[in-house]
Ligand binder design. Structure first.
Ligand code: AVI
Length: 314
C-alpha cells in the first residue's frame, strides 16, 4: 500500500466509524461513487422519473446562444467533476473559443480516461487536467494562452448534496481560486410538488435503491465490513421542513455489523442516513451564494423544475 492510499483509507475509516457512531447513523454520500456506483448513477440520469439531468440538458439546449454570450469568449473553462458528460460536450461544441478546458476530478482513472477521450474528439482543445478533491482549496494549473477570465462549470445540482452551511463554505473555497469577475455556470434543482420530488428518488425499476445499497458494498470492500445488503430497504422522502430529499437504508431486522474491527448494532427499523439532496427556490439560492457571488442570469424550464444559473464573483 502506498502512502497516498494509507491516508485515503484512514480518512474513509474515520468518516465511516464516526457516521455509524452517531445517534442517527449516517454514511458520507461520496462513498456511493465507486465504479459500480458511478454506473448506477449514470443509469439514474436516464430514468423516466429522474427529471434533473434531462431538464438541465433541455434548458441548456434551449438557451445555448444566450449561455454562450454570457460566458463570453476565450475563457478558461474549469469543470468541477470529470467532464465526461453530454453537458460538457454541449458547451465545448458551442463555445466559439476556449483558452483551456480544465477538468478537476479526484479519481485519477476517470480523469485520465476523460482527457484521452477529449483529446481524440477535440484535437484543437487545450486540456489541462487537475487531479484533486475540488471541495478542498486548490490552485489552477498554469494556462499558457492568454484568457479573458475563468468560468467554472458545476452542473447536475451536485451543490444540493451539501447542506447549506457546507455549500456556502465550499463556495468560499471556490472564490479563492476564481477571482472577482470570475464566473460560474451552475445547475440548481428547484423546490416543486412533493410527489414529483419523491418519485425521482423512488423509481419503479429500483435503480435508486440499488445505488443507495451500493454504498454498503463499497464499504464492505474498502473497510473489511460485513453489511448484508439483504438486511436493508431503500427509503427516500422529502423533508419539507429542511427542504431536502433524504435517502436512508432501513434495517429490516435487528442485527450486528462489523466495520474495520468495530461492531455496531442496528435495531429493527433503525436507519442509516446516506444522502441529502437540497432543493432551493431561486430566492433561497440567491441568498445562499450572496456572500461571494451575484446571480447574473437564471434559465429555467417551463415547469420551473430546474435552473441553470450564471453567477459572477463580486
Ligand atoms: C449527484 N446528485 C446531484 C444526485 C441527486 O439527485 O442528489 C445523486 C442522486 N441520489 C439519488 N439519485 C441521484
Amino acid at each position: 500500500m502506498n502512502h497516498h492510499s494509507e491516508i485515503a483509507s484512514s480518512t474513509i475509516q474515520d468518516e465511516v466509524l464516526t457516521g455509524l457512531s452517531g445517534a442517527q447513523k449516517s454514511l458520507p454520500s461520496k462513498y456511493f461513487y465507486d465504479e459500480r456506483g458511478s454506473q448506477l448513477f449514470e443509469q439514474i440520469t436516464r430514468l423516466e422519473e429522474y427529471y434533473p439531468t434531462r431538464t438541465e440538458i433541455k434548458i441548456m439546449r434551449a438557451n445555448m446562444p444566450d449561455i454562450i454570450s454570457t460566458i463570453g469568449s476565450n475563457v478558461a473553462l474549469v469543470e468541477l467533476g470529470s467532464g465526461s458528460s453530454y453537458k460538457t460536450r454541449l458547451l465545448l461544441d458551442h463555445l466559439p473559443s476556449i483558452a483551456a478546458y480544465v477538468p478537476i476530478e479526484i479519481s485519477q482513472k476517470f480523469l485520465a480516461d476523460v482527457v484521452k477521450q477529449l483529446n481524440l474528439e477535440y484535437p484543437d482543445l487545450t486540456v489541462n487536467p487537475v487531479c484533486t478533491d475540488y471541495t478542498r482549496p486548490f490552485e489552477l494549473p498554469e494556462i499558457n494562452t492568454p484568457f479573458s477570465r475563468t468560468v467554472m462549470f458545476y452542473p447536475g445540482s451536485t451543490i444540493g448534496n451539501f447542506c447549506p452551511d457546507r455549500a456556502r463554505r465550499f463556495l468560499g473555497i471556490l472564490s479563492k481560486t476564481l477571482n472577482p469577475g470570475g464566473g460560474m455556470l451552475i445547475g440548481v434543482d428547484l423546490k416543486k410538488e412533493i410527489d414529483v420530488l419523491e418519485a425521482a428518488y423512488n423509481d419503479e425499476k429500483g435503480v435508486t435503491a440499488a445505488f443507495n445499497k451500493n454504498i454498503l458494498r463499497h464499504i464492505n470492500r474498502e473497510l473489511d465490513a460485513n453489511f448484508d445488503l439483504e438486511n436493508y430497504r431503500h427509503k427516500a422522502f422529502y423533508n419539507e421542513q429542511k427542504g431536502r430529499i433524504e435517502m436512508h437504508l432501513v434495517a429490516e431486522k435487528e442485527h450486528e455489523v462489523s466495520v474495520a474491527g468495530e461492531t455496531f448494532i442496528l435495531d429493527e427499523g433503525e436507519s442509516i442516513h446516506t444522502e441529502n439532496s437540497y432543493k432551493y427556490t431561486l430566492k433561497e439560492f440567491r441568498e445562499l451564494v450572496q456572500p461571494w457571488f451575484s446571480v447574473e442570469q437564471v434559465w429555467t424550464d417551463p415547469n420551473n423544475y430546474f435552473s441553470v444559473q450564471y453567477l459572477v464573483q463580486h
